[in-house]
Design a protein around this ligand. Sequence first.
Ligand SMILES: Cc1cc2nc3c(=O)[nH]c(=O)nc-3n(C[C@H](O)[C@H](O)[C@H](O)COP(=O)(O)OP(=O)(O)OC[C@H]3O[C@@H](n4cnc5c(N)ncnc54)[C@H](O)[C@@H]3O)c2cc1C
Length: 356
Amino acid sequence: MQNLNVDIVIIGAGLTGLTLAYYLRESGLNVKLIEARERVGGRIETRYDDGKASIELGATWLGQQHQKLIALLKELNLETFVQRLGETAIYEPISTSPFQIAKLPPNNNPSYRIKGGTQQLIEALQQHISTDQIIYDQVVSIRGDTDRVTIQSNQFEIVAKYLVSTLPPYLFQSTIHVEPTLPDELVDVMKFTHTWMGDSIKVGLRYAQPFWREDALSGTIVSNVGPIPEMYDHSNYEDSVYALKGFFNGSYFSISKEERLAKVLKQLEKYYGEQVHQYVDYEEKVWAKEEFTSSPYEDHVFPHQNNGHKIYAESFLNDRLFIGGSETSTIYPGYMEGAVNSAMHIFKKLNHRINS
Ligand SMILES: Cc1cc2nc3c(=O)[nH]c(=O)nc-3n(C[C@H](O)[C@H](O)[C@H](O)COP(=O)(O)OP(=O)(O)OC[C@H]3O[C@@H](n4cnc5c(N)ncnc54)[C@H](O)[C@@H]3O)c2cc1C
């Protein structure tokens, strides 16, 4: 067991944790991030393969309304590009009728992707954080005392003046033991706070050519029949390497990768023909199986339920513990914008505590 003594510990090196560490970079404080996975980024994960299209297995799109995220991207010199939708979409309203080709109206409020992949944002933030600030280990318990918090991970015991959790709140309350126990009201809210996209499945296929753009078609698919409800052209900004990427019905989490791939190909073949089988490779991610994102709900929790709940604005354990993370944000909770907003708010609170 190794012992450390620091000013601030941030649990989780996803977008909230890394952005907070970035904001704190000139504070002169000793800040450590502790991350359970072997990689940073959390629900942002871009799969790269040299010379091929990158595939987003997590967060992909942002919009003009995501002003704090846009400001952060500008600050980090990262650029965005408009999601290619094409002029038509494949639309499949019911299983008893054939699919339709729907003409898409002009897109006045497009979605954007980050050039080079969402992971670029994670890497840009990381460049402002020294490697020894990130500890790769799983936090298992927290103990609050009057003037400090003790964080126990598998291999470390860290004493900190302040502690910030950036875990999805449901995951926090179901996986981390806290002493003394947190207020019932907080625990109850956490138990019913939805983890955005925690039960989703992403699928992507790389291809040598964007055949889906032929015959006045596009890679845009909207299907009520599924199992792919939505799919989009996922080629790179330069349009030199090609892919399709979309969501797969989350209830198919227990079948094998091969079985999911077969279903993906079957659905795509219906629209584009035999050529769909000529894929270069297939990527997927079943987020329900990610123990550091999802844990099974005890009760039914609705999408976005309790996201941005006012109790998350409070502090706990004698004003030593702050609960952050995208789901706690009052604006765009669950999204990347929510993560950046959460980091900003906690940065202000910490500044206030430390400078007063
Ligand atoms: C499939 C999918 C698609 C999405 N699409 C979009 C999109 O298009 N646009 C958008 O804006 N948002 C999207 N999102 C949401 C977006 O990814 C999240 O809002 C954002 O990344 C959340 O960041 P976070 O840091 O708050 O949480 P997380 O990314 O969940 O970070 C929490 C971190 O804590 C770590 N951790 C967990 N338990 C422990 C422990 N015990 N000890 C130490 N570390 C721990 C985790 O490993 C993780 O790194 C999507 C998410 C998914 C999964």
